[in-house]
Every structure is written in structure tokens, then in C-alpha cells.
Design a protein around this ligand. Structure first.
Ligand code: NDP
Length: 433
């Protein structure tokens, strides 16, 4: 805390990992002697830079850009860029640290990083977004490369932003190379990347339920958020036979008591992704209710999928879920449940999958996008979805291997220990670096 003051999100993430990993390290002194965990909590490198851009009225605007290169022991730095006013060093260090374990769990050769800016894309015109992205990349390009650091999207950075960023990288370097993932299909993107995080989260829930002798079919589900992760998590739940009752956004929660149908989800996708409107407008389009300023967690359901943002589900929400008989929670977002909420899940016997395991499908397909770019070929949708499904199953199985005690699986311990071992062994092999 002394070394990293005013970084509460980063402290929260490190504490959670330390609680799982320290008992394991104590039983495996080679990691303790080499101070591997301490080394893993210090990013390899952090860069911060000014991003100046001009708005449509001709005013000069200033934002701050960042890239946190956390750990490249098992592959090039890899992790998203977030554009949101809440972005600061603490948030990016928490996300980069989590990414170290997540990327290790995918079984693919990718290191960990995270970056972004406190720029708020909401309400900006396309031209303003373009000018911001070009200015941001004019600084960032010096620090990234296909074998060095390969950023992707995250909150506020979707296909539009990745395209502007990639266009500027190409203009600056004269290189067409795999330096960003989440690209459009016409210039090196991968099928299934858009869907991967959400689909992967639903698959993870399915594996977790099957392991405990249950099925997802027929279960009522609460999904929060209505961004990239939430929409495709909802889509896969529907395909697997679950009933999605809610989606939400920063203005409130949409409730469809009989379950959202695919045709309704297509309308929601258009409203959120293309028209960029609030969910509240949907009450005019089909039968549903909208609760202004409310989160979904007070609604009775079997399963919960927090897919919006960090710390969106607290202890009170967790207690409500438990009272209503919730069986399992699988995190689509990064760290959406507070530590107190996680404690409540464990205490009340609710299965709980942390984001670093359950939302790793996105970065896994990003790594597959890099592989396809390297061999200059594209794999089919079926092939990629099968690979994604297998990867999610393997992540689940690693969590069980390292997290099962007395017939019960603690997925937090499992994910942290399994993610730790691969990176720690690579760091040991490199000596003191
Ligand atoms: P998007 O920007 O596409 O969507 C974010 C969604 O969350 C929006 O619906 C937004 O509402 C809502 N939201 C944001 N802040 C709040 C808040 N304070 N209260 C309620 N709702 C809120 O982001 P993604 O879907 O890409 O990312 C969501 C989460 O998943 C993040 O934690 C991200 O780090 C994580 N993640 C994303 C991956 C990816 O592949 N995209 C990969 C792994 C993790 P509104 O529309 O009103 O802004």
C-alpha cells in the first residue's frame, strides 16, 4: 500500500490473488525464495502520455493516455484499451495484473498488459473519435508491436475505435502487421472475436453447472450490462436453453419477465451498438419493464452474469441473490463482484467463477486472431467456436484441478494458482530479471 498509494482497485486485485497463492507458495519454497509473487505485482513497464485533439467546435482538448505492460514471461503483452473517464493508474494496474493470470489460463502464449485513456467517447461524433484515436496512437505506436505488445478493445473501445487506431498505426509505420486484435474482418480480424467473451462466459457457466450435476437449460438468468460482453453472453445463454430476464446499462435495468428472445436481442444489439441509445427506449418497442437507476440483482433468478464493470455487485446484492435461491454466478466483466460479495457467495454455497477464468474467451480468440494473422489464413466460424469451447472447458478443468477441496471447487483459488504456476515457472527459468 505504501509503495502504490491511492490505488484501491490494484490493492483489491493483488489481495485476492495473494490469499489464494501464498498458501500454495508456502508449500512450494522455490517460488518463495525467488520472490516470484512480489515480482509479479510490479509491472514490467508503465507509460503515460498526453493526448491532445480538436473537437468539432475547434476547441483543443487534453486527455491522458496509458499503457501498462505487466508481464511478458509467456508471450507478448496482450490486453485491452479502455476509454472511460474512470480510467486511472489504479484501474489499469488492477486490470493488467488480472490479465497476467487470465492469459496464462487460456493455455495460449500471451503475456499481459492493459491501457487506455480517461477520454469519454459518449456523445462524441465519429470525427471526434477518429481524431482522438489518431492522436492516441501517435504516442502509443512506439511502445507496441506484433512481438512486443498487442492491444485489443475493452470498455469504450470497439470495432470503430480499433479501426481508427489500426489505420493510424499503419500510416505511421508503413507496416501492415498484427499489432491490434478485434480488427474488422476485411483487414485481419477473426470470426467469433466479437462474440468470444460473452459466449465463453456462458460456456464456463455451463461447465461449472455440469460439474456440479446441473444443467443451464431452463434456468432463469440475470445479465448486467448491454455492451459487447453482455449481449453475446445473453445470446449464448439463449442458444443453450437458458432464459435471460435482464440486461442493464448505466441508466438502469431492462426486465423481460418471459425471457428475452433472439429477435428482441437483435433489436437491443442495434439500439446499443449502432444507435448508441439508452435501454429505456425499448419499452416503446416490445413488452418489457425498465427500472431507472436500478441494478438487476434484486430480481429472483437461478443464475447471475455480471457483465458491466468493476464492483457493480456488492454484499447486499449478493445476499439478495442468495435469498432468492441463486445457484451460480459467472463474471463476464473484470472484478464486478466486491470481495464481500464473493465472501457471501462462498458462505452461502453459491458457485462463483471469477472473471479471470470465466471471461478469458475474449483474449483467447484474440490470441487466435494473432495466429491467423501470422499464417495469413482465416479459420471458419465453426472451427473457432469449437476452439473457444475447448479452451473454456480447459480453463474450467484447471480451476477444478487446483481449486477442489473436499469435493467442493473454489474457482478463485483454482484460477489464481493455475494461472500463477505457468508464469512463475517461466520467471524462475529466466533467473533474476
Ligand atoms: P462495453 O463498453 O461494450 O459495455 C459496457 C456496458 O456496461 C455498457 O452496457 C455500459 O452501459 C455498462 N456500464 C458501464 N459502467 C456501468 C455502471 N457503472 N453501471 C451500470 N452499467 C455500466 O464494454 P465490454 O462489454 O467490452 O466490457 C464489459 C466488462 O467486461 C469490462 O469489465 C471489461 O473489462 C470486461 N471484459 C471485456 C472483454 C471484451 O472482450 N470486450 C474481455 C474481458 C473482459 P452504457 O451503455 O450506459 O455505457
Amino acid at each position: 500500500v505504501k509503495r502504490n498509494p491511492y490505488e484501491p482497485e490494484f490493492h483489491q486485485a493483488v489481495k485476492e490473488v495473494a490469499e489464494s497463492v501464498i498458501p500454495f507458495i508456502n508449500k512450494n519454497p522455490k517460488y518463495k525464495q525467488a520472490h516470484i509473487l512480489e515480482r509479479m505485482t510490479e509491472p514490467d513497464k508503465v507509460v503515460s502520455f498526453r493526448v491532445s485533439w480538436e473537437d468539432d467546435e475547434g476547441n483543443i482538448r487534453i486527455n491522458r493516455g496509458y499503457r501498462v505492460q505487466f508481464n511478458n514471461s509467456i508471450g507478448p503483452y496482450k490486453g485491452g484499451l479502455r476509454f472511460d473517464p474512470s480510467v486511472n493508474m489504479s484501474v489499469l494496474k488492477f486490470l493488467g495484473f488480472e490479465q497476467t493470470f487470465k492469459n496464462s489460463l487460456t493455455t495460449l502464449p500471451i503475456g499481459a498488459g492493459k491501457g487506455g485513456s480517461d477520454f469519454n467517447p459518449k456523445g462524441k461524433s465519429d470525427r471526434e473519435i477518429m481524431r482522438f484515436c489518431q492522436s492516441f496512437m501517435t504516442q502509443l505506436y512506439q511502445h507496441i508491436g506484433p512481438n512486443m505488445d498487442v492491444p485489443a478493445g475493452d470498455i469504450g473501445v470497439g470495432a470503430r475505435e480499433i479501426s481508427y487506431l489500426f489505420g493510424q498505426y499503419k500510416r505511421l509505420t508503413h507496416q501492415f502487421e498484427s499489432v491490434l486484435t478485434g480488427k474488422s474482418l476485411e483487414f485481419g480480424g477473426s470470426l467469433i472475436r466479437t462474440e468470444a467473451t460473452g459466449y465463453g462466459n456462458a460456456y464456463f457457466m455451463q461447465s461449472m453447472l455440469i460439474h456440479s450435476g446441473q444443467i443451464i437449460e431452463g434456468k432463469t438468468c440475470l445479465v448486467s450490462g448491454s455492451g459487447n460482453v453482455a449481449l453475446y453472453c445473453a445470446e449464448k445463454i439463449i442458444q443453450l436453453g437458458g432464459k435471460v430476464l435482464t440486461l442493464s446499462d448505466s441508466s438502469g435495468t431492462l426486465l423481460v419477465p418471459n425471457g428475452i428472445e433472439q429477435t428482441q436481442l437483435d433489436i437491443i444489439k442495434d439500439i446499443k451498438t449502432n444507435k448508441r441509445q439508452r435501454l429505456g427506449v425499448l419499452t416503446e418497442l416490445f413488452e418489457c419493464e425498465f427500472y431507472e437507476g436500478k441494478k438487476p440483482w434484486s430480481i429472483k433468478a437461478d443464475l447471475a452474469f455480471p457483465c458491466a464493470t468493476q464492483n457493480e455487485l456488492d454484499e447486499d446484492d449478493a445476499s439478495l441473490l442468495a435469498e432468492h435461491g441463486c445457484l451460480a454466478v459467472s463474471e463476464g466483466a473484470n472484478m464486478p463482484c466486491t470481495p464481500e460479495a464473493v465472501h457471501t457467495f462462498h458462505e452461502r454455497g453459491i458457485l462463483y467463477a471469477p472473471g479471470k477464468a470465466a471471461n478469458a474467451g475474449g483474449v483467447a480468440v484474440s490470441a487466435l486472431e494473432m495466429s491467423q494473422n501470422s499464417i495469413r489464413m482465416s479459420w471458419s466460424e465453426n472451427e473457432l467456436e469449437q476452439k473457444l469451447h475447448n479452451i473454456m472447458q480447459q480453463i474450467h478443468d484447471q480451476c477444478v484441478k487446483y481449486g477442489e477441496h473436499d469435493g467442493k471447487v473454489n474457482y478463485v483459488d483454482g484460477a489464481n494458482i493455475a494461472g500463477f504456476i505457468k508464469v512463475a515457472d517461466a520467471m524462475l527459468a529466466y533467473g533474476v530479471v
